[in-house]
Design a protein around this ligand. Structure first.
Ligand SMILES: C[S@@+](CC[C@H](N)C(=O)[O-])C[C@H]1O[C@@H](n2cnc3c(N)ncnc32)[C@H](O)[C@@H]1O
Length: 456
């Protein structure tokens, strides 16, 4: 290939299984399978195909990255751009994707897949990661891993969007694997109030590089950062949106939480409600302190009543964000320690927990604070970022076993890695259940709630 020249080839293939990131695999046989700038080889080449489904017969286009002498080495590692140019035999799981930029946008990977099939696929990913990385027995996992808890309305659920702005001031999401902004005036997974904002902003030149829009799905409040220009704020007001710039409130499980722009809060309020019930029940079931049964998943906005008990447990909410689980757990516990490192989230947690006197906020990193705390705990919620828990956190939980752990995870591969340490490398804990919960419909992201019990 000449320098600067684009290489575009077409291949008719039967698509293989979806990768962990929701792309279908396609194997291109030998002769055509040369890497950029290399002579053809007889090795097959595997590429990842967006918007494809296993078993489909399709023609795919493969555009190799442009070669430039200056960045030749780096370019060589860049993946090709791949898209389906024709579908010859469609999967029975295929449905029309409603979004015009689906397949190009980096936001969603599964809009073209029936929702029930998305749920099945997510459970299968969890099972295979727990088997391959976690070392759990495949048969045992059939019982342990529950069916994915669906989102009742799998569209317009996101209460938090960060839009990129291009040089022309247009707002949108970025194309998969690039910084190219795809201008949008609505998004099918964004909450309707965010789409109202997006519709107004699409008529204006917006400040670069990004605009953050959050909304309280239960309160209707909208937060924007940066603050809109006065004429934009006026248009938003006419569209029924009063913009907050410092913080908004959201309601979850009967409690109100204050959230500032950079504090973490679950992006799907309806599913976060179910998650809250799962966490409380997972941590306290079998204890006299909670009469479970009063709440059933997703049906009740109200938490179960604490039952009379001689001794309430000492709990910790590690990676507590704005104090969500800590506040909800406070009524069942003698004491709750809430651990968080982000100054913004800590400030919100202080506000959200101002009326309870049995929660202590510990400011700092879980890996620094948990080792000295673990010995006092009866129960623990772990809700780390995607990277999972640091080895020192897991080590502390092996040294000082806690009766119950509820591990909330937004990445099943790091969950599997950490469960391998807690339940397999040493058999200190038994994995009771893993509940995938569809927090992010239409995308390949998978949220899970795992419940662990100290082995007798
Ligand atoms: C996935 S969020 C969970 C928040 C909260 N449990 C909720 O449901 O809203 C992870 C939180 O952990 C915090 N965090 C990340 N790494 C941390 C660490 N090493 N120590 C303490 N907090 C950490 C982040 O600031 C974030 O608020």
């Amino acid at each position: 290939m000449m320098e600067g020249e684009r290489s575009l080839t077409y291949h008719t293939v039967t698509l293989g299984p979806l990768t962990r990131s929701g792309l279908a695999q396609a194997e291109i046989p030998g002769e055509q399978a040369s890497e950029v700038g290399e002579a053809p080889t007889s090795r097959p080449r595997v590429v990842e195909v967006p918007a494809g489904l296993p078993g489909e017969r399709v023609t795919i286009a493969i555009e190799e990255p442009v070669l430039s002498a200056r960045r030749r080495r780096a370019r060589r590692q860049a993946p090709p751009r791949v898209w389906i140019s024709a579908i010859h035999e469609a999967s029975p799981l295929r449905v029309p994707a409603p979004c015009p930029v689906f397949g190009t946008c980096g936001g969603c990977q599964l809009q073209h897949m029936r929702y029930d099939a998305q749920l099945v696929w997510k459970r299968e990913v969890v099972v295979s990661l727990l088997h391959e990385i976690g070392g759990f027995d495949a048969l045992e996992l059939r019982e342990i891993v529950r069916a994915t808890e669906p989102c009742a309305v799998p569209w317009h659920y996101r209460n938090h969007m960060r839009f990129s702005v291009n040089r022309e001031g247009q707002l949108g999401l970025t194309a998969r694997g690039s910084h190219r902004v795809l201008p949008l005036s609505s998004c099918p997974i964004a909450h309707e109030r965010i789409n109202t904002v997006l519709g107004v902003l699409a008529r204006h030149v917006n400040p670069r590089p990004q605009v953050l829009v959050r909304c309280g799905a239960a309160t209707g409040q909208v937060l924007m950062q940066p603050a809109p220009a006065p004429e934009v704020a006026e248009e938003l007001s006419q569209a029924g949106i009063e913009v907050h710039t410092q913080a908004i409130e959201e309601r979850l499980a009967g409690e109100t939480f204050r959230i500032r722009p950079s504090s973490f809060f679950q992006t799907n309020t309806a599913q976060a409600e179910k998650m809250a019930h799962l966490v409380i029940e997972g941590l306290l079931q079998d204890r006299a302190v909670v009469s479970v049964g009063a709440s059933s998943l997703g049906q009740s906005q109200v938490l179960p009543e604490p039952a009379a008990s001689e001794r309430r447990p000492v709990l910790a909410d590690a990676y507590c964000g704005v104090g969500t689980f800590a506040l909800l757990l406070a009524r069942y516990a003698a004491r709750v320690y809430a651990i968080e490192e982000s100054p913004s989230a800590i400030e919100d947690a202080q506000w959200n927990l101002r009326q309870v006197n049995n929660v202590e906020i510990l400011k700092g990193k879980v890996e620094h604070l948990l080792p000295t705390l673990a010995g006092q705990l009866d129960g623990l919620v772990l809700d780390p970022p995607r990277a999972g828990c640091q080895e020192v956190v897991l080590e502390a939980l092996l040294q000082h076993p806690v009766t119950r752990i509820v591990y909330v995870s937004c990445d099943p591969s790091t969950l599997a890695r950490d469960l391998q340490v807690l339940c397999r490398r040493q058999t200190t804990y038994r994995l009771l259940s893993v509940q995938p919960l569809d927090m992010f419909p239409q995308t390949s992201h998978i949220e899970c709630i795992a419940i662990l019990e100290r082995q007798a």
